[in-house]
Design a protein. Structure first.
Length: 278
């Protein structure tokens, strides 16, 4: 298993420099094809007028979107044409999440920039990773603005004995094979058994060994008084993790998927690259 095709999702309203840099590294490490994707749609202001003046404003808005998509293509090709064996660009004038989620069928993994102001992401200008991980059916590599390179010296797998975590570790196998150190960590929840957690994480370590990946199990001695996100950050710092792998968890509310606290933290606030899968 490898990442034969890597898709990079570009935003029209924020810098894509870090995202493109990490995607370029991924393409080189895996000798992969790369597909750039971007979409945007003109969003009329609330005070929008009507008639001839409205038609003129709509035309101006749509022309501005076309220009921006063309600029994004140039940014993408400038970085990727340096060494990728196959470079492809896909773009359209529509709501970004619909476009990228649909085009995700063409990729093994999607590299996307972090949206720290997740609650205020402009849905007409960029894709919110928290939404995409639910709709894409593909793993995401979420890149924070602080990421200078894809640091695979140490990778932390945030284990929880759920289908989402099992899916995430399978989706991350190509990445784990490139890592120098891999740690499988589980945070014992209140009332949970550390002994049972150690058995689970050691099972995962053994499973990885059958894929020629050496890993270590880590279960903190005592349950932390901090919340799970803070505990996970502490573990990541202690093992020097450059990348965190995790399943995307959430629950249904008012017919929408609402991500859990730890998943939301990883998608919007982590200072490390995060591979999320569901």
């Amino acid at each position: 298993m490898t990442y034969a095709t890597i898709m990079v999702s570009l935003a029209s309203d924020q810098s894509n420099e870090r995202c493109l840099g990490i995607a370029s590294e991924m393409v080189e490490r895996f000798d992969a094809r790369v597909v750039g994707s971007a979409a945007a749609e003109f969003s009329p202001p609330l005070y929008f007028t009507s008639g001839e003046q409205a038609d003129k404003l709509i035309e101006q808005g749509r022309n501005a979107v076309k220009t921006r998509l063309s600029e994004l293509e140039s940014e993408f090709r400038k970085v990727m044409n340096r060494g990728a064996k196959h470079v492809e660009w896909r773009a359209n004038m529509e709501v970004p999440i619909r476009f990228v989620a649909r085009e995700a069928r063409a990729a093994d993994i999607i590299v996307i920039g972090q949206s720290r102001d997740s609650a205020f992401t402009d849905p007409f200008a960029r894709v919110n990773p928290s939404d995409l991980v639910v709709q894409a059916g593909r793993p995401l590599l979420i890149v924070p603005e602080t990421a200078d390179w894809l640091d695979l010296r140490s990778v932390l797998v945030a284990w929880k004995d759920t289908p989402e975590a099992r899916r995430a570790i399978v989706d991350s196998l190509p990445l784990l094979r490139k890592a120098k150190d891999v740690t499988i960590a589980e945070i014992v929840e209140d009332g949970g058994s550390r002994e049972a957690a150690l058995k689970r994480t050691n099972d995962v370590v053994t499973w990885l060994s059958h894929h020629d990946i050496a890993a270590n199990a880590l279960v903190p001695e005592e349950s932390s008084t901090r919340d799970a996100a803070a505990s996970l950050d502490s573990i990541a710092s202690s093992v020097g993790a450059g990348v965190i792998v995790a399943g995307a968890y959430g629950h249904s509310r008012w017919r929408e998927w609402v991500l859990g606290g730890v998943t939301q933290h990883l998608a919007t606030e982590s200072t490390r690259c995060v591979l999320l899968s569901r």
